[in-house]
Design a binder for this molecule. Sequence first.
Ligand SMILES: [Zn+2]
Length: 213
Amino acid sequence: MTDRYLKNNPTKNTALWLSLLVIATSLVACQNNSALGVVSNYHWNKHGLVTNNNKLNYHSRSINKITIHHTATQNKIGESDLERLRSARRYHMQDRGWGDIAYHYLIASDGTIYQGRSADFVGGSSTDYGTDNNLLIAMIGNFEVENPSYQALESLKNLVANRALHYRINPANISTHRHHASTLCPGVRLQHWFDRVGENEILHKLQEKTSLF
Ligand SMILES: [Zn+2]
């Protein structure tokens, strides 16, 4: 994947990226969750099932990649994103038997970012791909049949760039679930956005944030 990435994007030079990271490193502390207005799981999940830490595993090393998903739950009129979020968590814990919701962050159609499973732990997945040391970000919706909203995409770009800076992730390691496994996730419309413009827009967002320092 790195070869393809560098071949198609000569400006995405790893050495350049690493030097930008060095510049940004000392000031990365301000790139935290609160700067993004992330809704903590404590707030949205107050009355939900208790996380089962016994079923969760710590990453073997620090996070070094980001994978984008969708929840595959279609946004319906009359049901809020928060309700969809809560039912996704119940489904993952009760039906899949996982210790917590699969994803570390989830983004609603209004652009709100919700904290999911603690980033200390490996995310959940029903397909076989490397979830260890991987930050899983899911867009709430089914993008096989609907388009991601402008606000949700803006939040996705901000969040991915923010976390990539925080964990010093090489942009070549930012991808979608479909890049790694036989799955429809994150839905053809979100995948199309990522391939057509999203990947580059995330990189620009990263450069923008880095140049602030
Ligand atoms: Zn997925």
